[in-house]
Ligand binder design. Sequence first.
Ligand code: CP
Ligand code: NVA
Length: 312
Amino acid sequence: MNLQGRHLLTLKDYSKEEIEYLLNLSEDLKDKKKRGILGESLKGKNIALIFEKPSTRTRCAFTIGCIDEGGHPEYLGKGDIQLGHKESIEDTARVLGRMFDGIQFRGFSHESVEQLAKYSGVPVWNGLTDNYHPTQILADLLTLKEQFGKLEGLNLVYAGDGRNNMANSLLIGSSKMGINITILSPESLWPDKDLIDICQAYAKLSGSEIKLTEQVEDVEGADAIYTDVWCSMGEEDLATERIKLLKPYQVNDDLLSKTGKSHTIVLHCLPAVKGNEVTYDVFERFSKVIFDQAENRMHTIKAVMVATLGKQ
Ligand code: CP
Ligand code: NVA
């Protein structure tokens, strides 16, 4: 499998086999790191990390992943560079592309990461936009694989804001990989019809099922329940309205009891607002797997950089 030079803007651009390849590479890199073996595949490579929005996991995963493989990461935070203020994204992309070998972007508009990819001439990785969060999904898939030994045929329920970057990206990743995905959310927060249609085509190919529902009883059969904050970064003003709308979809003991399965796990991309999308007790009970997920950000992001930019 050769992914050299590829961008990662959304998982729409990757086939099931390519995602499997990235997951296998992540497992290999994770195993090596646990045994104290680091690589040199990014030796001599400089990587720009642009952050318009804050980050703990994504920033640290790109930084450590890059250094572990011998590369040099450079953090370019909000206010550090001219991007989008004094200088267009198109020009910034052309400057950074002359100096860096790869660019990570986290920010608001998905169009910004597309512009960086279009004009920089180097691999661009999306570390979260308002619409998509593809590197998170790779960590989630790796975690599911570790928990269940497989992905195909698993039942994943995403409860909460059904049209945010996480819901959109889980819909793409699950339908590509043969995971049955249920979006449990008020209809006003369901994903865009266009995205659902695209994912229905992936689901047909992989043999998975997509369900959109407002009924909490539809968690029945869930192997994993996934949730995320009710107000994503930039939407903090909507808190009162969202809490009212989403309270019935909180991941709590009552919801878990409706799965009918004793082995159901709870996943969260973090950061969490305990007491909103998940209760404190449920969060703590599943904290081992939730922090495995957080750790897996590093192994999967490293795999993305190695596969698309590293010396093989
Ligand atoms: N899950 C995630 O992307 O976390 P950060 O916002 O801390 O990067
Ligand atoms: N939906 C969340 C994800 C954080 C990792 C946000 O965009 O803030």
